[in-house]
Design a protein around this ligand. Structure first.
Ligand code: NAG
Ligand code: NAG
Ligand code: NAG
Ligand code: NAG
Length: 489
């Protein structure tokens, strides 16, 4: 027998349930979501960080020729200087990752000449160094150097020069040549001839003085045609190349990378943790920063709201210029995951289905899954979906599913992201709220209990034509869902 106090609490609860106006009668949510202002691009921090990174190198004195190109490195994250590689799944994607701009044919043009042989010269100290080789030094062998460049993924520029007094070239490495050919993934100019040698290239083994290295006849050659980088898997090109970086809402932060690598940006976007208010990375902007005309770093800026060229209005400041800016949007397989396509009315209405989504009730249920046009219920915009009887007629769960199976790639990993709010009724009524995420009928994740709009993320594997479903609601423990995405992971 319940105690009098418990009986009182129960009857008070029942009285207030009766007082709740259901969503289908345009009831007011228990808690109105607070204003979620989306952060905008932080260009000041980017400019400050450009001054703090040094990505310029020349071929090392002691490195053997023909080393493999190192993976793309991240040199800064949100203003912190780092030094990490971007992990890649396999050699296939490694090759893809290193593709920046490839020569359409093997034509090269001279960017700058070497000085006459009698004068000391300098090699390039520049960004996006890849690797180097040595070519036969019987002649000044430009063709061997540019031919080799076409075999190096990402090579668009070579710097050819003699390096004298290099102990390793003269005595250690088997090639026995001092004519060095250094490959870069960006095009450099004579203004960047800043490595004059001047190193003792081995430690003295006796008291004979070690002569310093020096450089002669340093020339630069670049591919004569640049092609656009290939679009990363799971993305589409939105704009570019232009001289403007995006300045837009939904900003998540930035990474600097050591070369212009669109695939690396895509991997960084995929790996960036979701914003609690905005969801996962849905768009990135890659651009090259030049300072006084000299390539300095490569930025990937990330956003949870896709944008386009209309916001690409940051052209640089001071001596910094934005170049080669491109925007890429991440493709969601869900048609209208924000329910904004439901436009039966312009103020308040709901329905069990429309072109992109279908709501179904159990046999004895009524309106247990529905789509609403009503901004106060939405996470963003005016559309959202409701699980639980819209008019409060039963306490059965409804099922919401996209109108068509998702066109996934069999075997590929995906992430389902959705905002769920179980805060329409007071917390004591929403304690029973639940939303299950089903993938081809199997429960793969879900949430339960009272919550304001909260991001739910579930990893799944595609099988080709997949059925996604959200199941839940038990009026008065209603749940709204909104801003759902299915991204390739
Ligand atoms: C980054 O790490 C690599 C490998 O550990 C090291 O060789 C290189 O000197 C580091 N670079 C910087 C700038 O710290
Ligand atoms: C070619 O390179 C080798 C090894 O560095 C050097 O000993 C030789 O003098 C060079 N020959 C010419 C013609 O520069
Ligand atoms: C090098 O010079 C020092 C001082 O002049 C001398 O003590 C030493 O024995 C010499 N070493 C060799 C290997 O000649
Ligand atoms: C989604 O709705 C739009 C607008 O009615 C329609 O053009 C599109 O074909 C729908 N997509 C799917 C997959 O149902």
């Amino acid at each position: 027998m319940p105690s009098p106090a418990r009986l009182f609490r129960l009857s008070a609860l029942l009285a207030s349930v009766r007082a709740i106006v259901p969503p289908g009668h345009q009831g007011a949510p228990h808690q109105i979501s607070e204003d979620r202002t989306a952060p905008t691009s932080n260009n000041i921090l980017i400019v400050q960080t450009v001054d703090r990174v040094d990505q310029k190198t020349s071929a090392p004195v002691d490195a053997p020729p023909n080393l493999d190109v190192a993976p793309t490195m991240v040199t800064a994250v949100d203003g912190n200087i780092v030094n990490t590689t971007i992990a890649t799944a396999n050699s296939e994607s490694r090759r893809d990752l290193e593709r920046f701009i490839k020569p359409r044919q093997s034509g090269f043009k001279k960017i700058f000449d070497g000085l006459p042989a009698a004068q000391k010269d300098a090699s390039i100290q520049g960004t996006a160094y890849l690797t180097h080789t040595v070519v036969n030094n019987a002649t000044y062998n430009v063709k061997a150097c540019t031919d080799w460049c076409t075999t190096v993924e990402g090579c668009v520029f070579v710097n050819l020069y003699y390096e004298f007094n290099n102990y390793f070239l003269d005595h250690v490495f088997s090639e026995k040549s001092n004519l060095k050919c250094a490959a870069y993934a960006d095009i450099h100019t004579a203004a960047e001839k800043l490595n004059f040698g001047g190193l003792a290239s081995h430690s003295p083994v006796d008291n004979a003085s070690v002569p310093f290295t020096y450089i002669t006849r340093s020339s630069g050659w670049a591919v004569d045609t640049l092609v656009d980088p290939s679009t990363p898997d799971g993305y589409e090109l939105v704009f570019g190349p232009t001289g403007g970086a995006n300045n837009a809402a939904g900003y998540m932060g930035f990474d600097f990378i050591d070369r212009y690598d669109v695939n690396a940006c895509a991997q960084l976007c995929n790996a960036r943790g979701a914003d609690p208010n905005g969801g996962g990375c849905a768009y990135f902007n890659i651009w090259r920063a030049t300072v006084d005309g000299i390539p300095t770093t490569y930025t990937c800026s990330m956003y949870y709201l896709p944008t386009d060229e209309s916001t690409a209005l940051n052209f640089g400041q001071g001596s910094l210029r934005v170049t080669s800016s491109r925007g890429y949007a991440r493709t969601s397989l869900l048609p209208d995951g924000g329910f904004e396509g439901f436009t039966l009315c312009s103020d308040f209405c709901f329905a069990t289905s429309y072109a992109n989504w279908t709501g179904t009730s159990p046999a004895s249920g009524t309106l247990d899954a529905s789509i609403f046009f009503f901004p106060p219920y939405a996470h963003t915009g005016h559309g959202s979906a409701l699980l639980g009887a819209a008019l409060g007629d039963d306490a059965l769960p409804g099922t919401l599913t996209p109108a068509a199976p998702l066109e996934t790639e069999a075997g590929a990993p995906y992430v389902v992201q959705c905002f769920v709010s179980s805060a329409f009724s007071a917390s004591e009524f929403e304690a029973a709220a639940h939303v299950d995420v089903l993938w081809n009928g199997e429960r793969v994740g879900g949430v339960h209990g009272f919550m304001e709009y909260t991001l739910v993320e579930v990893g799944v594997i595609g099988t080709g034509r997949d059925i996604l479903a959200f199941v839940g609601g038990a009026a008065p423990a209603w749940s709204f869902i909104d801003d759902c995405k299915v991204f390739k992971a």
